[in-house]
Structures are given as structure tokens and as C-alpha cells.
Design a protein around this ligand. Structure first.
Ligand SMILES: [Mn+2]
Length: 314
């Protein structure tokens, strides 16, 4: 498969690299890593990167690309395989499409598809390809790819981190990946973000069965100058890793007055509670949206009941 991808890349002089919307470290890292790899190994090709930007934009700048550039171009789509999640839908304009992803979803994009969920990150897959193909890899390419591997593996923490993840990381280190730079970037937070974390740690409450929870009205996001998403999704795990707390929940009022509920559990499945209130997600990480904090209390009662039933109350 790597050979087929290489052959396809070699056929095109114009290449546009896409990835998913709201890019994470892997989407950005694999996009900017592959862009650099093509520049290094095929200096006569014109390769550009497109898409929306966010706090990870220090990994690499996206390019402004006119529609006409797509005419005889190959569009490479990374870390996503479904049309609705791709950032910048002009990949349809390209002459040919290549999808490289490591998620479980089947692709609904028309083109060459390479999906392999054995890889912990898309960047790991691209690095493996570059190493297998004996491509030149410089410090910048190695650093960008390492960024994707480190972020998508939860810093080599998640259970699907494999021996080969370390083999590839080691190879990237040999090519000059700047580990200290990556970790400095990842562990630097804005002052407001840090203070918001402190606010959570100091103010969360617990139920009778030790479900840790926070109820955040809309004033919290204003007080700390952050988004609803930050108060809600980015803060829920401030209540994780606490002795005798097996489930934790974060209830955040949004600008429409609705309550965004983020529910997490160490080991007892809780997704049925999220589903009961019109939401969903994974067994241990899920969410829903409800109309009031009173309904949040109902959710907490349901979570308490789950712990009671499990017999795992500490
Ligand atoms: Mn990924």
C-alpha cells in the first residue's frame, strides 16, 4: 500500500493536503509533517496545506490556495475519512483524492483509501511510510510527525500504544525530532486556563455515592475569559484520578441557557445515562444536553444509582 501511495504522489506536481476540521495535534502534525516530507523528497512539486486554524497553528501555517490550483492536483486527506468532517471541501475539485487515516470509520470519499487502525496516530502511519520508503526526513518533518504521535497516544499513555509506536518514535528522534520543544508547547497554558483549572479543583462537589461534579453557570466562562467548550469539555477531567471517585460529571450552561453535560467514568459504563437524556458517546466518556440544572440533578441521581447497583461504592 505504501508503494501505491508513493506512486500516486509521484504522478502529481500539485498536491493539496487537507485534514479534519478543528484540527488536533495529530491532524496538524501529520499534515505539516507530510507537507515537509514531500517538499524534501520531491523539491520540484508544489505542495500546500489548507484548513481551519486554532491553538495548534504554531505547528505550521496553512496556505491560501486558489481554486485553480486544484485543477490538476492530488488532494491528500489526513486523519479523517468522511466528507462531513474534512476541513475545506474543495478537495472535490482535485483531479484525484487520497485518504490516509487511522480511525475505524469507513470512508465515503471517492479516491484511493488507506485506513489502518493499528496505528495510534495518522502521523505514525505517515512516519512508517516515510521510513519504509527510505524518504529523507529532516528535523522539521520528524518534529511535526512526533507531535502527532505524542498527542494522539496521550503522551504514550493510551492502551493502544504499541512497541512499534516506540520504534517509530525512536526513528524520528534519530532524525532530530525536538522533544523538548513539543512538550514545552503542550504544557504551556494561558494564565486564565490555569486559573480555571484551580477553580475546578477547589470547587467541585460530590454526591452520596462520590460522583464528582461541577455546575457552571454562564458567568464562569465570562469570569475566566474562555469558551463554553473550555469550561465544559476541557475541564471535565480536572475531576478524574481522584481516590474513591469512579464517575465524574461537568454541567455547563451555554449561551442559549442549555446545560452541556460531560460525563466520565473510570470503569463502569455510563453511556446509557447520556442516551436517556438524548445524548451518546463512548461507554466511559459521553455527554448530552439538557434544559436545566434540575435535570442535571436527575442525571446525578441516575449516576448514583449506577454506582449503587455496581456494588463498587468505596
Ligand atoms: Mn489522529
Amino acid at each position: 500500500m505504501f508503494k501505491q501511495i508513493k506512486t500516486l504522489i509521484e504522478e502529481y506536481n500539485h498536491i493539496v493536503i487537507h485534514r479534519h476540521k478543528n484540527p488536533d495535534g495529530d491532524a496538524y502534525g501529520s499534515q505539516m509533517g507530510l507537507k515537509r516530507l514531500i517538499e524534501l523528497n520531491y523539491p520540484n512539486k508544489k505542495v500546500v496545506a489548507v484548513g481551519d486554524t486554532n491553538v495548534f497553528s504554531y505547528i505550521g501555517e496553512v496556505d491560501h490556495v486558489d481554486d485553480v490550483f486544484y485543477e490538476n492536483a492530488l488532494a491528500i486527506i489526513l486523519d479523517v475519512a468522511v466528507t462531513q468532517l474534512v476541513s475545506d471541501d474543495r478537495y472535490h475539485l482535485a483531479k484525484q483524492r487520497l485518504v490516509i487515516d487511522h480511525h475505524l470509520n469507513d470512508s465515503n470519499i471517492d479516491g484511493m483509501i488507506m485506513i489502518d487502525s493499528n496505528y495510534i496516530s495518522c502521523a505514525e502511519l505517515i512516519a512508517d511510510m516515510a521510513l519504509t520508503m527510505n524518504w529523507k526526513i529532516d528535523e522539521l518533518a520528524a518534529t511535526n510527525l512526533m507531535f502527532g504521535i505524542i498527542t494522539d497516544s496521550g503522551r504514550f499513555l493510551y492502551p493502544n500504544t504499541k512497541a512499534n509506536t516506540f520504534n517509530i518514535a525512536a526513528a524520528l528522534m534519530n532524525k532530530g525530532a525536538k522533544l523538548q520543544y513539543i512538550y514545552n508547547q503542550l504544557y504551556t497554558e494561558s494564565l486564565n486556563f490555569k486559573k480555571l483549572k484551580g477553580y475546578f479543583i477547589n470547587n467541585f462537589k460530590t454526591t452520596d455515592y462520590n460522583v464528582a461534579y461541577m455546575k457552571n453557570d454562564v458567568s464562569i466562562k465570562e469570569q475566566f475569559g474562555v469558551s463554553t467548550f473550555t469550561v465544559s469539555r476541557a475541564m471535565v477531567n480536572q475531576m478524574s484520578g481522584i481516590e474513591n471517585v469512579s464517575i465524574w460529571a461537568n454541567f455547563t450552561e451555554d449561551v442559549d441557557g442549555l446545560i452541556q453535560c460531560e460525563l466520565r467514568s473510570k470503569e463502569i459504563p455510563i453511556v446509557d445515562v447520556a442516551k436517556k437524556y438524548g445524548g451518546g458517546g463512548h461507554a466511559l466518556a459521553c455527554g448530552c444536553t439538557v434544559k436545566s440544572f434540575d435535570m442535571a440533578d436527575e442525571i446525578l441521581a441516575d449516576l448514583d444509582a449506577i454506582i449503587e447497583k455496581s456494588g463498587k461504592h468505596g
